[in-house]
Design a protein around this ligand. Sequence first.
Ligand SMILES: [Zn+2]
Length: 318
Amino acid sequence: MHTVGVDLGGTNIGTVVLDDDDEVIGYAKRKTPTRGDHNRVVDVIVGGVHDAIDDAGLSVKKIDAVGVGTPGVVVDGTVGDASNVPGFQVRFSLGDLVSDLVDKPVRVVNDVTAGAVAEHRSGAGRGWNQVLCVFAGTGVGGGLILDGRVFEGAHGGAGEFGHQVIRQGGAVCPCGRRGCVEAYAGRQAMTLAAERHIASGGSTVLFDVMKKKGKSRPTSGVFSDALDLGDVFVADLIDDCISALAAGIATSVNLLDLEGVVLGGGLADKLGKPFRARVEAAMQPHLFFSPPKVELVSAALGDNGGAIGAALLSREVA
Ligand SMILES: [Zn+2]
């Protein structure tokens, strides 16, 4: 069986073709449109699907199903409430539109859930049945695998790791509430904190590094470089980010008795092993029971995880 998986992000649309052995045999990447309606995005998704099939050296008729991982809330093939993709705020039937254009069965899944499924089945969480995957990037997402299966909760909203409250009345989160993990550990919130710091007369090299790297916003690589340059403000932000992730992960472990936790996302990937090790050390004092030791491991699939997970999940509709 061959399946195609799409990872729709706010910046890029990554697409993979998977074979029977879960190997990626084709790959494509296109820019996500920044304007227009959802049909424009769907056209680019479909273009990427064909690019990836070409890259794999296959014909379309060899493809059994397509999976699409998207931000936002997914219900029965429809998506809505995705703020960073044009036209994806108002709910529409993404699955039907893509299916009509590629003439294949299509499964639509949340992008973070797709990433978690990929890490569980063929990445860093392989072999565990009770796993939390945490992805720290622009925001902080999470996906839960319980008893070996994706756990979506009563209304599909489970796994919102980033919006656990770790400090009552704490910092404002991009979601509008206070004291969430993401208010301290998401790149968007960290960037806003840096802007406020500058506005109130503080100093940081963060935005100089951003300009030097030709970026329009501080990426994970910009944060990493500013940290390496010894920027005190950025070092404090990263300290708070680590404390928040550690508190959130330990709370999840205490609630669910997990075997392991996979830590990924742009920020975790860029800051690498020392970052993971610091989160692991910081979570220990919060853990209610020990032993057994819960493992915190780095995600193994990087940028391709979401697309691989979408392809794996699409097998269920093939
Ligand atoms: Zn929040």
